[in-house]
Design a protein around this ligand. Structure first.
Ligand SMILES: O=C(O)CCC(=O)C(=O)O
Length: 294
């Protein structure tokens, strides 16, 4: 669906102003939408998995571990495929506030793509370099949107997601290095061209949902506080968007319709998109591993 057709639908969760902002700037924040009891349950589940990680020594299907990880001091950068690890994460993916926001941004028919729970730890200096999401998992159109729930309050000090306004209307940049290896980020020259200096921090109290279009240039700076910054991320698309390469981190739920009906006709956007590695052959660890490899 085109933005004007989506905006012609009645909003479900978001205000019209926030939806217009999303289509104009390529991102939005929605405060106060995560039900408090659900937020508490997600936090408790996150703590459970961090506890579990103490007995894990190396990254595996569930945990992407940072270099400082130990039984005494967990350093989990990402919980991978959370929807396949605990039913709560699928309950959140299909909760009316999440599918409602997704429908406000992609139209009434919504498809689930993937999920992850990222942690940004204090004292590690870890940042996520500027990148776009769609080059890793291209679709027939650019409806895919990442919705992220901040589990705790996030200010500029916690290393929030930062997005470059209007970059979703600009080019899709290469995420390959000079040796043609996947880097998971854009080059310094492209970051300059994309005007990353104009990036806006997406901050908000615990339970805020952030929405980032799949073409939007974004990244995040180091966490300068003494607390971890957990961020639960879900990707949705319109039902009429179809991936044309294997997903980097497929889940058992990938492709499920979570609101509305399946598409009978695919929507093909003519704007070109670079071809990523074939993850089914190349394998995919995480954006942290790809960006670190450089
Ligand atoms: O967690 C973050 O700070 C960045 C997340 C992100 O952009 C990604 O995982 O693609």
């Amino acid at each position: 669906m085109r933005p004007e057709d989506i905006l012609a639908e009645q909003p479900i969760v978001m205000s019209d102003a926030d939806r217009v902002r999303y289509f104009t700037e390529g991102f939005a924040t929605v405060e106060g939408v995560t039900p408090p009891d659900m937020l508490d349950r997600i936090r408790a589940k996150s703590a459970e998995f961090l506890e579990q990680s103490r007995s894990v020594a190396a990254s595996n299907e569930a945990f992407d571990l940072g270099p400082r990880h130990s039984a005494e001091q967990p350093h989990v950068r990402r919980l991978r495929r959370p929807v396949d690890l605990d039913p709560l994460f699928w309950e959140v993916a299909t909760a009316p506030f999440m599918t409602g926001i997704a429908a406000d941004l992609v139209g009434p028919d919504v498809k689930f793509h993937s999920a992850k729970l990222n942690y940004k730890w204090p004292g590690t200096g870890e940042l996520v370099k500027w990148h776009q999401d769609i080059p890793a998992w291209p679709h027939t159109n650019y409806s895919p949107v990442t919705l992220g729930i901040y589990l705790d309050d996030v200010t500029a000090a916690e290393g929030p997601l930062a997005c470059v306004p209007n970059s979703h209307n600009g080019p899709i940049y290469s995420h390959f290095g000079p040796d043609d290896a996947w880097t998971g980020h854009i080059s310094d020259a492209d970051a300059e061209a994309a005007d990353v200096r104009s990036a806006v921090d997406l901050t908000g109290p615990a339970g805020t949902v952030i929405a980032i279009n799949c073409r939007t240039v974004h990244g995040s700076l180091a966490n300068l506080t003494d607390r971890a910054r957990p961020l639960l991320l879900y990707v949705y698309s319109s039902a009429d968007a179809f991936p044309w390469m294997p997903a980097p981190t497929p889940t058992s739920k990938t492709g499920e319709i979570v609101r509305g009906a399946p598409a009978k006709i695919a929507h093909l956007d003519p704007r070109p998109c670079p071809v990523p590695p074939d993850w089914s052959k190349a394998g995919y660890a995480s954006i942290f591993t790809a960006q670190k490899a450089m």
